[in-house]
Design a protein around this ligand. Structure first.
Ligand code: CA
Length: 659
């Protein structure tokens, strides 16, 4: 009997849920491009989309926080579920909020999701004239070329958190932890070595990927000792206040972010923005949900919020008005802030159609934009996996790359098992996973997919479809992972392992990706999830660059090599198959392969790469010919050819050119 009641209850519940879904589908979608605020000095037009609302109220304030509403206006019902209010005066500097009356009840007063400026802690949106936010010379700001053709595989990405970059005293930066701090040049550590922006430029990377800098929730902008990575979005189209010198003034954060981007562009560096459209920091009380309850999020069968992000909700990119929101948001960042690329957090939550629409639209206005994302989720999603942008569907994405966890964990061991080792730290059985990464996770006749750690089938359409990396902000940083998984190894050996790991990343096909500070053995002291662990764990200690200058130099040389030798960054899988060949019958723990292609204008037409991930030296028989080791300072003067038996030391690599 109880079961029957429960069954009936569930049937009613399921019916209500279906009705809710149908209701969302029946909402009219608005096609115009003027959602949010349209400002001129004569008038401000506010347009909000809320089909279920019976009334909508616009509230104006003189302040970004505190004080009282000085004027409230009833918004008028307009086309396609939108509501408008036009104020025929110059509202510059005024703050505003909105509330909707739905099912006879007034919802919370919230900000405009389309807001482009906000006051402190994003409590109220702000009316601004964006022209007032442009730094000197902004109209002449251009994205620099990063190679002859600006192809995705020519990119070398450097992942950085804005505050981490400059907050430590050793950065020598004045505006520590701020947008403007990363715009400073001529900064030095205590030994006089370059830091911050100058260091990044010297290292030679092409793209700086910055952890979230839209307005996020977790940092109180009225305080200075706060820390967070920022994966908890509130205002997608507004810069985070805590990175500005005055979070209360909506203009300052915009202008200072533009100044930082301008400084990067002047240095020849491109800027990638980390975006998190997969969830919002708040769920029930988010501005989206207060304006159109339920619509912007996916639901479970019982009608509750589904949570593929493990953050309390997951957005519904397949619903037209959120798809439109995402598209307009990225377009805005490109047009207004000259952003050069996006990294999509938990991209596996989003539907493929939306991602391809974004890619097509962005490539039309910026053909060399760089797009990539995480091809996974953090939990189960009710939306069909075949239609989501997960790693195994990477080949269905056009102009968007996915991160390869196969090579990441192949190199250093599983991120979910602290003790697990990878190829570079002595687990020789991981060789095939690394080889699969070397060929950019595409189909290659010499890869035995049965031996690859995670993927059982190739998933990419070509090398520009995958990000090759060994570490990122998530999980233990490489130097800590090595220490935790190979505790018995000497520091000298661990350094070799570290260099081997970075060497594999920077020589593999695909788009290489480095985590900031790894070039001088940055540590987070064994803290594997440092998102809120403060500066003491996260700050980049620039004096480490002095201590580990040899590794820093080696990484710089590897970057130079990659940039100068185009066969390390092929563009099609066909090319990889015809020009990249692994040597066979090698000792356990050794990977060796030849890449064909002329080295500069020399007579040398091939590169031989050998990686020894084992604790033993190995002597390898290599094809007949003359082999000259690269990346050894004296090779150009000595040009001493190596015989056809080549010895590779434990946990090390050799890169040679030959003919
Ligand atoms: Ca904020």
């Amino acid at each position: 009997m109880k079961r029957l009641i429960l069954f009936c209850f569930l049937m009613i519940f399921a019916k209500q849920h279906t009705e809710a879904q149908n209701q969302y589908d029946q909402y009219p979608t608005y096609k115009g491009n003027d959602l949010g605020l349209t400002y001129t000095s004569q008038s401000s037009l506010f347009r909000i989309w809320s089909p279920p609302a019976a009334e909508v109220e616009l509230r104006l304030y003189k302040q970004g926080t505190g004080g009282h509403v000085y004027r409230s206006l009833a918004m008028t019902k307009s086309q396609s579920g939108t509501w408008v209010a036009k104020v025929e005066e110059n509202l510059k500097g005024v703050f505003y909020t909105i509330r909707t009356k739905i099912n006879g009840k007034w919802n919370n007063e919230v900000t405009d999701p389309y807001a482009r400026a906000v006051g402190i802690n994003g409590q109220r949106a702000m009316v601004v004239d964006l022209k007032d936010t442009n730094p000197d010379g902004w109209n002449k700001d251009r994205s620099p070329d990063f190679s002859d053709k600006n192809l995705p595989t020519d990119a070398i990405i450097y992942e950085l958190h804005i505050r981490d970059a400059t907050i430590h005293p050793s950065s020598g930066v004045k505006q520590k932890g701020k947008f403007l701090g990363l715009a400073e040049t001529g900064t030095q550590n205590t030994a006089g070595l370059s830091t911050g922006l100058d260091h990044i430029k010297e290292l030679g990377v092409t793209h700086v990927h910055l952890l979230p800098f839209y307005d996020y929730n977790s940092v109180d902008e009225t305080k200075t000792d706060q820390y967070n990575w920022g994966y908890d979005p509130v205002h997608y189209n507004v810069p985070e206040g805590s990175y500005s010198t005055n979070a209360a003034d909506g203009l300052t954060r915009i202008r200072e972010l533009k100044q930082m981007i301008q400084a990067f562009h002047k240095k020849g560096l491109r800027v990638v923005m980390d975006v998190v459209y997969n969830h919002t920091a708040l769920t029930e009380t988010s501005n989206f949900n207060q304006l159109v309850p339920g619509y912007y999020y996916r639901q479970k069968a019982d009608g509750s919020f589904s949570d593929a992000t493990a953050c309390g909700n997951e957005t519904a990119s397949e619903r037209e008005m959120f798809r439109k929101f995402m598209l307009e948001s990225v377009l805005y960042w490109v047009k207004e802030y000259h952003i050069d690329g996006f990294r999509f957090d938990l991209m596996g939550v989003h539907d493929i159609k939306t991602m391809n629409l974004i890619s097509d639209t962005l490539h039309k206005i910026k053909p060399d934009i760089l797009l990539y994302g995480e091809g996974w989720t953090a939990g189960a999603s009710p939306y069909p996996e075949e239609q989501r942008a997960v790693k195994k569907n990477a080949h269905l994405l056009k102009g968007i790359a996915v991160f390869s966890d196969d090579i990441r964990d192949g190199i250093k061991g599983s991120v979910f098992d602290i003790k697990d080792r990878g190829f570079a730290t002595g687990k020789t059985s991981n060789a095939e996973s690394v080889k699969f990464g070397i060929v950019a996770s595409g189909k290659h006749v010499q890869i035995d997919m049965r031996k690859v750690n995670y993927s059982k089938e190739p998933y990419t359409s070509g090398p520009d479809n995958v990000i090759t990396y060994a570490e990122c902000h998530d999980n233990n940083i490489l130097w800590d992972k090595i220490a935790l998984s190979v505790p018995e190894a000497s520091e000298a050996d661990r350094k070799k392992m570290h260099e081997l790991a970075l060497t594999i990343v920077l020589t593999s096909q695909g788009i290489p990706f480095l985590h900031a500070g790894s070039e001088f053995l940055r540590s987070k002291f064994g803290e594997e999830n440092s998102y809120n662990k403060g500066d003491s764990v996260n700050a980049i200690r620039w004096d480490q660059k002095t201590i580990h200058c040899e590794l820093n130099h080696a990484v710089k040389k590897l970057i130079e090599l990659r940039k100068s030798y185009s066969p390390l960054r092929m563009n099609t899988q066909k090319e990889v198959n015809s020009k990249l060949q692994f040597l066979q019958l090698l000792p356990d723990g050794v990977i060796a392969y030849i890449v064909k292609g002329r080295f500069h204008d020399s007579k040398f037409g091939e590169m031989l790469l050998l990686f020894n991930g084992s604790a033993d030296s190995h002597t390898i028989s290599v094809p007949n010919g003359i082999w000259i080791p690269l990346l050894q300072e004296d090779y150009l003067t000595t040009q001493k050819p190596l015989p056809n038996q080549i010895k590779v030391a434990p946990f090390s690599s050799l890169i040679l050119i030959g003919k």
